[in-house]
Write a protein that binds this ligand. Structure first.
Ligand code: HGY
Ligand code: MN
Ligand code: MN
Length: 419
């Protein structure tokens, strides 16, 4: 006897999903086959409008909340029951790929579409969410939409975050909400909270492909701490000022990063330490820099390491400086999380029922799921991506790999929405 979950998985149309992903990939496309689609931009709004139209044609209702999180809802037979939630993000890195984030949103839409086409009605409503600013590539930190929705941080905490052009997050958000004023609004904190959350995502690492497996059943997400460091010195003439009199912000930034490399040294190569953004002022070849600003992205699966080394960042920087001063601002701090068994087990059952090769594995990348997990049973489904490449235009997953992930998602959501 085929169950509703079986019928939902069977109704998933991999070609339709691929076609939509390729259509989304045209919005902000860049050389090398990738995308540059930053949050709260006209490109982001173009992609969202396309998603809204597809969702409405599939019988879903569309709303947005005060953080511009975008919600697609398929009603269940029991209006009083808490919904089951899926989704991911639509924003990309500046030199991002065609699948990071957007796959999880399109996969959620595909499940709604499959259920609509097959005339399937689950007890619980199913909602698909596109979280605002997961990447943090424009405004740091990332995951602002899911952190504001879950109450991890107040939306107001992000107001003064600025993008590389100096635009404030609050101003970009206000302009975006005005541009989407025709879309029905829902409260940022909506009741009831979801019964469960499942996010489909490319692995962004090499393990599944190397093992010849189809599905990653994600057990948890490593912790991360982000900082913005501003070093202030004094600008001076490059030709006349003796080095011993200089307060050179660039030279001290180099000294600070060298000290951080020593602090973050890990012979086992488990720890992740990245300086990905550097800004210099006055940024002229023949003026000594009076300001150097850089970001730190530090990650580790062990909360004790994350605390010990993360708490030593500011002192390590200040001890390295020669004549400048440093402001060290921690912009986000996410503890390592372990997903509780409810959703993890459901994903594993779904992968097994579809005859897919699967493994349990942690996530090295951060995801909105880590901020949803404290509110409801959560989990993630990984699909392999070529060479583990991500945050790179060469990012790739095949139509069949993505369809397999979406069939696992459909089965899992149907299972959870019947519970
Ligand atoms: O940075 C991350 O881990 C995510 O891909 N935004
Ligand atoms: Mn992502
Ligand atoms: Mn990403």
């Amino acid at each position: 006897m085929t169950t509703l979950a079986d019928r939902a998985a069977t109704a998933v149309d991999g070609a339709r999903q691929w076609s939509r992903l390729m259509e989304m990939a045209q919005i902000g496309s860049i050389a090398g086959g990738g995308v540059n689609r930053a949050c709260l931009t006209p490109l982001d709004r173009d992609a969202r409008r396309r998603l809204m139209a597809w969702a409405q044609a599939a019988g879903a209702t569309v709303t947005i909340d005060d953080a511009a999180n975008l919600w697609l809802r398929r009603e269940g037979s029991d209006p009083a029951a808490a919904p089951v939630l899926t989704g991911s993000h639509m924003d990309s890195q500046p030199e991002g790929g065609r699948f990071d984030g957007i796959y999880g949103v399109i996969a959620g839409l595909e499940v709604l579409e499959a259920m609509h086409a097959a005339g399937l009605r689950t007890r619980r409503a199913i909602e698909v969410v596109a979280w605002t600013n997961e990447e943090g590539g424009r405004f740091a930190p990332g995951c602002m939409g899911s952190m504001a929705w879950s109450g991890t941080r107040r939306l107001a905490d992000f107001a003064d975050a600025r993008d590389p052009e100096g635009i404030r997050f609050e101003d970009a958000l206000s302009a975006h909400l005005a541009a989407e004023a025709d879309v029905p609004r829902r409260p940022l904190v909506s009741a009831p909270r979801p019964a469960a959350y499942v996010e489909a995502h490319i692995e962004q690492g090499p393990l599944l492909e190397a093992a010849g497996e189809d599905i990653g059943v994600v057990t948890g997400i490593q912790g991360s701490r982000w900082y913005t460091v501003t070093i202030t010195g004094e600008t001076a003439h490059a030709g006349t000022t003796p080095l011993k009199l200089r307060r050179d912000a660039v030279q001290d930034m180099v000294r600070a990063i060298t000290a951080l490399n020593a602090l973050m040294d890990d012979p086992t190569d488990v720890l992740r330490f990245t300086v990905g953004r550097v800004e210099v002022a006055p940024n002229a070849p023949n003026s000594v820099a009076n300001r150097a600003r850089f970001t730190i992205d530090f990650r580790h699966p062990d909360g004790a390491v994350l605390a010990a080394r993360g708490d030593a960042v500011a002192d390590a920087i200040r001890a390295a400086l020669r004549g400048t001063t440093a402001e060290v601002q921690e912009t986000s701090h996410a503890l390592p999380n372990v997903f509780e068994p409810t959703v993890v087990d459901a994903i594993e059952r779904a992968a097994a029922s579809l005859g897919l090769r699967h493994r349990r594995m942690p996530s090295g990348a951060g995801h909105d799921a880590q901020f949803v997990a404290p509110l409801c049973p959560s989990g993630m489904i990984f699909v392999p991506c070529r060479g583990g490449i991500s945050h790179n235009p060469a990012e790739y997953a095949s139509p069949d790999q993505l369809a397999a992930g979406t069939r696992v998602l459909a089965t899992t959501l149907a299972d959870l929405a019947a519970a």
